[in-house]
Design a protein around this ligand. Structure first.
Ligand code: KG4
Ligand code: ZN
Length: 365
């Protein structure tokens, strides 16, 4: 049995988990900072790193105690060293180094994006009793990484062997959700808020553009975001005119407050459908062209129910999605990815550094 402690602190979640043999979650503790950053409408980097400093030790201790293990039971410590916010990454990396050094435990540096992919190796903890756990994903496979900072379509032919087929040329899918959420006056983070709002909206209410980026597997979401902005501005303009007309008629007791009259649910649903449409269609084409055995969804946006359902409905190959709780940042996914790197003989030195824009280690061509 191999036990790996996975540590994550790349953005606004502090996570620690103990993973057995790369697939079994013995514990998974996450301290999220979402409430802290909500007042700023996005992640405030300086506050994120300070908060990681406060939570990292209790989160790691809780992770070990939930798993019923001590430092001496660990075979390795895996930690995210990029991509992410440098100040946040430093907290996890330094904590991991300190424990590894003090207890003489092998250290493994993990790419955060690889962690998201390996969420699909983890066995869900809520499996019905008696139900067989899913088998390991089979290569070659295609993975769509959709997170707050990334949108990448990657062909995976073996553990750690990646070929980049396409990526976003501007906003990441999650970033688009977050920006449009803000435009619509929804709370941060925009992804889950748009999904909730879209449930009562009509996805055909607005005809929004899809950037097909013909003959490539690349994505672009900034035009879609601008299209939503235009619609919002038109509604605001109308509201302003109405309030002016009323002011002219009612002379005195007027306030200049403009009542926003944007059909939020319909816009949210139309936007979500436009994003999902492109993500699913490109993935479908790439899965067919490369004849893959399965498709894995990865990253925070993979929590989106419409994306999960459409991917399963429109693709001919099996589609695997991690449980929602494992789509967003946590230590378990880092422990899983770290396990396979550790088994392949990888070890990080004390010079392991944080790399804010660390890319997935893809092959050329
Ligand atoms: O992977 P993640 O936790 O952090 C990064 O590594 O970026 O992803 C966070 C992103 C945010 O942009 C958030 O709005 C988005 O994932 N997200 C969602 C949903 N849940 C989280 N987007 C759409 N639908 C959701 N249900
Ligand atoms: Zn992430």
């Amino acid at each position: 049995m191999t036990l790996v402690l996975g540590i994550e602190s790349s953005c606004d979640e502090t996570g620690a988990a103990v993973i057995e043999d790369g697939r079994h979650i013995r514990s998974n503790v996450v301290a999220t900072q979402i409430d802290l950053h909500r007042q700023y409408g996005g992640v405030f980097p300086e506050m994120a790193s300070r908060q990681h400093m406060l939570t990292i030790t209790p989160v790691i201790e809780q992770g070990l105690s939930d798993a019923g293990v001590g430092y001496d039971d660990l075979d390795a410590i895996a930690v995210t060293h990029g991509p992410g916010l440098a100040g946040s990454l430093l907290v996890g990396v330094n904590a991991a180094k300190a424990i590894a050094f003090a207890r003489d435990i092998p250290l493994v540096g993990v790419n955060h994006l690889e962690g998201h992919i390996y969420a699909n190796w983890l066995i869900p903890t809520n499996l019905e009793p008696g139900k067989e756990p899913p088998a390991e994903p089979e290569f070659p496979l295609l993975t769509l990484i959709v997170s707050g900072g990334h949108t990448e379509l990657v062909l995976v032919t073996d553990h750690g062997t990646y070929r980049l087929l396409g990526r976003t040329i501007d906003d990441a899918a999650g970033e688009a959700f977050d920006k449009v959420g803000r435009l619509l006056g929804l709370e941060y983070p925009g992804g889950p808020a748009i999904e909730r709002s879209a449930r009562v909206g009509n996805p055909e209410a607005f005809e929004l553009p899809r950037a097909w980026m013909k003959d490539t597997y690349d994505f672009s979401f900034s035009g879609l975001k601008t299209a939503v902005l235009r619609v919002v501005q038109e509604f605001d303009q109308k509201a302003r005119q109405t309030s002016l007309v009323q002011r002219n008629r009612l002379v005195s007791t007027q306030t200049t407050t403009i009542v926003r009259d944007v059909p939020v649910a319909n816009l949210a649903a139309s936007f979500q459908t436009a994003v999902v449409d492109v993500l699913v269609e490109k993935t479908r084409l790439a899965a067919t062209e490369h004849n893959v055995k399965m498709v894995l969804l990865a990253g925070g946006v993979a929590a989106n129910t419409h994306l999960r359902e459409e991917m399963m409905r429109r693709l001919d190959v099996p589609v695997r999605v991690p449980p929602v709780a494992l789509c967003t940042d946590n230590g378990a996914i880092i422990g899983a990815a770290g396990h396979y790197r550790y088994m392949a003989g990888e070890r990080a030195g004390w010079d392991l550094d944080v790399i804010a824009n660390l890319p997935l280690p893809v092959m050329d061509g």
